[in-house]
Write a protein that binds this ligand. Sequence first.
Ligand code: SF4
Length: 445
Amino acid sequence: MAMTGMQIYKLLPRTNCKDCGLPTCMAFAMQVAAKQKALDECPHVTEESKSSLSESTAPPMKLVRIGPDEKKFEFGQETVMFRHEEKFHRHAGLAVRIEASLSDEEATAKLKKVNDNVFTRVGERLLVQLVGIEIDGVADPVARVKAIVGGCCLPVILIGSDPDTMKSVAEAVKDERPLLYRADEGSIDAFASIAAECKLPLAIHAPGLEALADLTQKAKDAGVEELILSFDGEKVGDTVRDLTKARRAALKKQFRPLGCPSMVEVNRGTPEQETVVAGTFAAKYAGIVLVNGVEPWQSLPVLVTIQDVYTDPQVPNTVEAKLYEIGSPDENSPVLFTTNFSLTYFSVEGEVERSKVPAYIAVVDTEGLGVLNAYAGDKISAEKVVKALAEQKASEKVKHRKLIIPGLLPIFRAEIEDTSEWNEVIIGPESAREIPTFLVNTWKS
Ligand code: SF4
């Protein structure tokens, strides 16, 4: 039976040392009881207390780490079915498959594409997070995997079905902490023994959730500590149903054999279908989605889906209202203003950066609304803009008195010119993407 916060508190050191990141042992105990913290996040808990607490306080879904500390990918330890109930704790990861049979040049070219797939959106870097190396049928798998791992800055999934090959490769690169993918009914004993010996995470697949639960129990009994439920994405509807059922069984019913994060392999259909299907699984509980596609147009939609689904609803979608310096602006640089809605600000910031014209951006507090919504909702006015510029001392940064305003608010022009020191208001573009052309052509001229 689950323990209460008070029962857990009695077994803690009760020193309130804060090493767990919380102000008191009681706060920590309450979070452990609510499954929002794992017991081992208190570094001072005794072994005796651990054994009394471990089973009843273990999070319903285990945390799994792939890769060494310096490039680890962690997922799992989720606590809710729906983001609005609290938040999703760890972003899902996009993994791209590379065949170990590729030549050095081909593998390097593919890895370069993977590494180049970095996008910035709403101030966040979106990138492919894992590489899956396919080792079946490769002549010298150890050498090939070592060569690929050597040129790869991402954590690795070893994809193979033959236990002997997997054993030799796993032993050779175990310091990289690869995920072994994947064991099934026929290979569970051999794969579990490799994972237990090398202390590596193991992905397990079975037809149906009952069979999957049996296999995870087998692997646990063999000493494997980090397990992943693996689903094939052949039938999209069935896979989404299984992902959802497994999560519900773990979180709502505390069914330990399914208390592991999940991954889905997408290995069929056209590149377009693969992208759509991968995004679907990422949105619906797959902690890792393994795909073949490496082109930016294939990665970006999946990464954006992950970003949207995993955004923390408890964190306001705003940036601080202050004067931002983009590049190294000087006294002749342009001054723009925008709102504190993250998406608006980062769109403007990104385009100013792209223009290569150093600039100041004054951010006006609009309670997280974009330009038009802020205007419609009376959250921005010429008066408020003037006040924000004064508070942010924008005029002390430049010797001119020219202000670029969003093209969606031309109505502010006269009032700003009449009521402030900004006596030359320039109406900028309506859309952020036109900012580079505007700054390079209109501003500079
Ligand atoms: S680290 Fe442990 S002892 Fe220290 S405050 Fe947290 S729960 Fe208490």
